[in-house]
Write a protein that binds this ligand. Structure first.
Ligand SMILES: Nc1ncnc2c1ncn2[C@@H]1O[C@H](COP(=O)(O)OP(=O)(O)OP(=O)(O)O)[C@@H](O)[C@H]1O
Ligand SMILES: [Mg+2]
Length: 227
């Protein structure tokens, strides 16, 4: 394929104090593509995802999204872009404990200015699609880990983002539940045309992707884009 990438990164460096997390990492993602990011613990997968999503500003290198240089944007521009174009399923603690599940899923729409009634209606549709409509009125502390992960996936998809960033979305789930959540996430992204950057340790989960890359010691072995 020759189409230009939607999201691309070149030579990304990021250190936390003396610890290098990324060293010259390259990455590309086409519209609608599902890419699995594999690699050992501590290799820099989450850091790469956070840089690509404009959450963490890299020390060096450039990132482009849809013809704009993400690495040249202000914090306010990056956070506006995250709200309008990106969805997130984080590795740790992702739901707001004080809000019910339907309010959690509606939150990204509310932040974009959608009225409460409309936002909650759409949130309920996504909860139903992720097969957790029965927990709509409960708070995250009152539901299981697997239900929480499905609610988090619903929240990532509710704004119809162009890119979904998912960091170990099935890490806390048993294999049957993990498999189901992956199928729901990838089906939903294919239906809506969203691209997915999916961090995972598990080959079983990576099997849901179109392409796999491996991060080792902060750099990327990208099987297709390495040249
Ligand atoms: N906030 C931070 N402060 C200091 N060091 C950090 C921070 N976040 C990550 N690191 C370090 O950067 C390196 C890369 O971490 P990162 O979280 O990106 O790895 P990972 O591949 O996502 O690991 P895991 O599979 O365990 O989630 C590690 O050495 C880690 O200890
Ligand atoms: Mg991680």
């Amino acid at each position: 394929m020759t189409d230009a990438p939607l999201l691309s990164a070149r030579g990304i460096d990021k250190a936390y104090g003396p610890t290098p997390a990324l060293a010259g990492a390259d990455f590309s993602l086409r519209a609608g593509e599902v890419v699995a990011v594999m690699g050992p613990s501590g290799s820099g997968k989450s850091t790469l995802l956070h840089c690509l999503a404009g959450i963490v500003r890299p020390d060096g290198g450039t990132i482009h999204y849809d013809g704009r240089e993400l690495t040249a944007m202000s914090d306010a521009q990056r956070s506006a872009l995250r709200r309008s174009d990106f969805g997130f399923v984080f590795q740790f603690g992702q739901l707001v404990p004080e809000l019910t599940c339907v309010e959690n899923v509606a939150l990204p729409l509310r932040l974009n200015g959608t009225r409460r009634k409309e936002a909650e209606l759409r949130a309920r549709e996504w909860l139903a699609r992720l097969e957790v409509e029965d927990v709509a009125g409960k708070r995250p502390g009152e539901i299981s880990g697997g239900q929480g992960q499905r609610v988090a996936v619903a929240r990532a998809l509710v704004t119809a983002p162009r890119v979904i960033f998912a960091d170990e979305p099935t890490g806390a789930l048993d294999s049957l539940n993990g498999e189901r959540v992956m199928a729901l996430l990838t089906d939903a992204s294919r239906d809506t045309g969203a691209a997915v950057v999916l961090v995972t340790h598990e080959a079983r989960v990576a099997a849901y992707s179109d392409r796999e890359i491996v991060v080792r010691d902060g750099s990327v072995r990208d099987t297709e884009w390495a040249a």
